[in-house]
Each structure stands twice: as structure tokens, then as C-alpha cells.
Design a protein. Structure first.
Length: 498
């Protein structure tokens, strides 16, 4: 009896505790009830605010149930008591704790739900779950993350059953992330290398283009320099005579050569001029010296002419008579033989001589058409003029011919027709012999009547020859004024040779 009583009391206490626990409305998870031994001096664990539960009177405490060792209680709300090594005569003598578990009538249904949840998740993510971690690539990253995201949405019960898979996914996630980061780094490195290569190529291309341009510029400069050098060499060769002449030996005779060299220099390119600065400066010095020498010669020429013709130059115009005619014409002829510079200095004297010449001619009654009888044919063809020993305008017209100007004629062609093909420049004879004054030797009118003097007769007397020479000089001056110094020089040369 003493051995059974402690067990009965234990059962009653457990029943009271179970009844109290089932009456509570709290949803909190209950802590297991434990009964301690007397040795550790601890009281039975219970809620401090819970009321003390008295054993119910109607609890079945049949000896048969108690003697069975309290293996199992099947009524709802009851607790299962794990068998201990045996209860002592009192509760304080229990050697080991008694574990109490609440029996949940829905436990089987929840388990099925959890298993279904687990199976669905495993099936959904089977591909990534079955994949070996060593075969994981960066492409699996999103799949792994989706599986983990779905896992996080599972119930705690399902999660508890999937701890192994979850841990495996974490490993796979780490590897996929590492591979993705590695690939991203490789891509970034490749992009950086491509950019560096592109920049290096662009720099190389730019350098190549710059080198090509520099080479082209160098070749162009070389060609330009060669052209300039050729230009300089040609100018030096052309004017070598005056360039090599010592400045101290330069005279007025060198003036045309110096001026020609300077004119050609002014036509050169700027680059050629830059290379010829020394030569140009030398030419300027020579030009100054040549002009100084020319001035000295011109002055000497002028003084000599003035001295030679001093008598007629110093004679008052009012005292001029026909007897002075030859002296005036001689002075004029000598004037026409002077240099242009000397003539420029003698313009006043020349004008004075022209006035004296007019007065001398007007006073010479013997020279006014005395005994001039002309017999001409007016049919437009040349014909002989009757012998006339008296001059017209102081020119002997013996054996002279008459000609009427036709369309396309000019004095040079007419002179060639009458005097020969090599004597076209003898046309001043025609101007001297023609009664009608010809102002411009290059302009004659159709129908104009010209007198063609015989060349020998026209210079047969000194007076007639001087008149012809004066005509030549006058015409030469007109061509000089027209800017035709070549023609002027030829006419003066012919006049000097008459």
C-alpha cells in the first residue's frame, strides 16, 4: 500500500496540471512540466500566476491502471508520462525528470501539409537542387536566388525539413556569385583592354597620319626650296656680268644692266628675294654709283653741247635771220643726238631753238615755193614729179613720186614698196616730202596724197639733208612718247647715218 500511494498522488497531480493547462486560452507554446528530485531542492515548475490545482475526485485510480506503470493515456487532453526508473514513496524522492508532451489531435494533418509543401518546393527547384555544386555557373545565379526566395516563403515546419537543401543552395549561391563576379571582372578587364587597345590603335593611327603629313610637308618644302633655288640660280646666271662687276668699276654705261637686274629681282618670289638680299643691296649701291656717273656724263654732255652752239643759243630771237638757219638746224641735229637725260636738261634751250628756227625760216624768202612746178597723175598711182631743183620745206624733191593712200596702207609698207623691203623705217623721208603735215606717223587716211622723195636727191644738199634728219628726230621723239623706244632708237640711228 505504501508503494502504490506515491504513484496515485503523482497521477492526481498530473491530471490536475493537465486540466489547468487545457483551460487556458493563451496560444503561447507550453513549457514541459518537470518533476525534480528532493536532492536538488527545487519545486515543481509552474506558472506563478496560475491557481493551485486540486486533484479531482472522480479521477480513476484503479489499482490495475496504476500497477500498469502508467504507460499511456489515450483520452484527449491527457499527457503521456515517460516511464522513469521508478517513483519513490514520495514526490520528493523522484530520481529523474518526467517529460510531459501535449497531444495535438491535428498533428497528423499538419504533417501532411508540410510534406506537401516540401515536395512542391523540391519539385519546382529540382533542376538546381540536383545539379552538382561543381557544375554551377554564373547562369544559375537567378535560378538559385529564386529557389532561396521561395524557400523563405515556406512554413517553419517545411523549412525545418529542408535545412540540408537550403545549406546546399547557399553553397551553390556563393559559387554562382563568385563566378558571376569573376566573369564581370573578366568582362570589365576585357572592356578596359579593348578600350586601351582602341586608344593605342587610335594613337598609332594619329601618329602615322601625323608622320605622313610631316613627310608630305617636308617633301613639299623640299620641292618648294628646289623651285626657289632654281629661280635664284637663273637670276644670278642672267645677271652674272653686272653682279660680278666691282662696284668701283661701275659707270653710267652699266645703268641699263643694273636696272634690268633690279626689275627682274622685283618679279621674283618672296622666298627667292629673301635669298638674294645681299645681291640686291649690292645692286642698289651700284645703281647709285652708275647714276652718279651718268649725271656727271650728262652734265658734261650738256656743257659740251652748250659750248658748241653757244653762238646761236646766246643770240637774241629778234635778231635771227635766214642766215642763222643752218646754225640753228645744226644745233637741233646735235641736240637730237644727245642722250635722253641730256635732252631733259636742255628742254628750255631746245624750245628756244624751235622759235628761232621758225623765225629763220619765215625770213628766208628763197625757200618759199620759188619755181616749184609739179606734174602729177591723180589716178591713185605713183608717177614721176617733174624735175624740181627748188626744195619744198628745204627738201630736194628731184625725181620724187606721188602716191594716194589706199585701204590697209601704212607708211612703213609704202616705204618698203618704194625704197625696198629692208628700208621700211625710211618712211620719215615721205613725211618730210609730203606738203600736208602728218601729225601721227601711224595714222594716215585713205585718199591722202603723199610725196615720195628720192633718197639720194633728198640728201644731196646739206640743207635738205639736215631737214630730213630733223624729221627723223621729230618722229623718233613721237615714238619715244608713245612708249616705243625701240623704234625711236632705230630712227635716230638712221638719222645719224645720213
Amino acid at each position: 500500500m505504501k508503494k502504490i500511494l506515491p504513484k496515485v498522488l503523482a497521477v492526481l497531480l498530473i491530471a490536475a496540471l493537465v486540466s489547468c493547462a487545457s483551460g487556458k486560452k493563451s496560444t503561447a507554446k507550453e513549457e514541459p512540466l518537470s518533476v525534480t528530485t528532493q536532492d536538488n531542492k527545487k519545486a515543481i515548475a509552474h506558472d506563478a500566476d496560475a491557481p493551485v490545482v486540486e486533484p479531482e475526485e472522480n479521477v480513476d485510480v484503479s489499482p490495475t491502471y496504476i500497477d500498469s506503470g502508467v504507460e499511456k493515456i489515450n483520452e484527449p487532453g491527457m499527457m503521456v508520462v515517460d516511464e522513469t526508473d521508478g517513483l519513490s514513496d514520495s514526490l520528493t524522492n523522484v530520481d529523474k525528470p518526467v517529460q510531459l508532451h501535449q497531444v495535438d489531435p491535428n498533428e497528423g494533418a499538419d504533417e501532411a501539409k508540410i510534406n506537401a509543401e516540401v515536395d512542391k518546393w523540391r519539385k519546382t527547384h529540382k533542376a538546381i537542387l540536383d545539379k552538382d555544386v561543381n557544375s554551377i555557373t554564373s547562369n544559375d545565379l537567378s535560378v538559385i536566388q529564386k529557389a532561396i526566395s521561395d524557400y523563405n516563403n515556406l512554413s517553419s515546419g517545411a523549412k525545418a525539413k529542408l535545412q540540408s537543401e537550403y545549406k546546399d543552395l547557399q553553397n551553390k549561391l556563393a559559387k554562382a556569385k563568385a563566378l558571376a563576379e569573376e566573369e564581370a571582372k573578366k568582362a570589365a578587364d576585357a572592356k578596359a583592354k579593348a578600350a586601351a587597345d582602341a586608344k593605342a590603335k587610335a594613337d598609332a593611327d594619329a601618329k602615322k597620319a601625323a608622320d605622313a603629313k610631316a613627310k608630305a610637308d617636308a617633301e613639299a618644302k623640299k620641292a618648294a626650296d628646289a623651285k626657289v633655288d632654281a629661280e635664284v640660280a637663273k637670276w644670278k646666271q642672267t645677271h652674272n656680268a653686272i653682279l660680278s662687276k666691282n662696284a668701283n668699276s661701275v659707270t653710267a654705261n652699266d645703268l641699263p644692266a643694273i636696272q634690268k637686274a633690279i626689275n627682274d629681282y622685283n618679279s621674283l618670289s618672296s622666298a627667292a628675294k629673301n635669298k638674294l638680299q645681299k645681291e640686291y643691296k649690292d645692286l642698289q649701291n651700284k645703281l647709285s654709283k652708275a647714276k652718279a656717273d651718268e649725271d656727271a656724263k650728262v652734265n658734261a654732255e650738256v656743257e659740251k653741247w652748250k659750248q658748241t652752239h653757244n653762238a646761236i643759243l646766246s643770240k637774241n630771237a629778234n635778231s635771227i635771220t635766214a642766215d642763222d638757219l643752218s646754225a640753228i638746224q645744226k644745233a637741233i641735229n646735235d641736240y637730237n643726238g644727245l642722250s635722253a637725260a641730256a635732252k631733259n636738261k636742255l628742254q628750255k634751250e631746245y624750245k628756244d631753238l624751235q622759235n628761232k628756227l621758225s623765225k629763220a625760216k619765215s625770213g628766208d624768202s628763197k625757200a618759199k615755193d620759188a619755181g616749184n612746178t609739179l606734174s602729177v597723175s591723180d589716178n591713185g598711182n605713183s608717177s614721176k614729179i617733174a624735175t624740181n631743183t627748188q626744195p619744198r620745206g628745204h627738201i630736194v624733191l628731184d625725181n620724187a613720186q606721188y602716191y594716194t593712200v589706199r585701204r590697209g596702207d601704212c607708211l612703213i609698207f609704202i616705204a618698203k614698196r618704194f625704197y625696198g623691203s629692208e628700208k621700211g623705217n625710211y618712211f620719215p623721208f615721205i613725211i618730210a616730202g609730203t606738203e600736208e603735215k602728218i601729225e601721227d606717223p601711224d595714222e594716215i587716211e585713205v585718199g591722202q596724197k603723199l610725196t615720195i622723195p628720192d633718197l639720194k636727191a633728198a640728201v644731196s644738199t646739206e640743207e635738205s639733208k639736215n631737214y630730213v634728219k630733223q624729221t627723223f628726230y621729230d618722229v623718233a621723239d613721237k615714238y619715244e612718247a608713245k612708249g616705243k623706244p625701240g623704234m625711236a632708237a632705230q630712227l635716230r640711228a638712221i638719222a645719224a647715218g645720213l
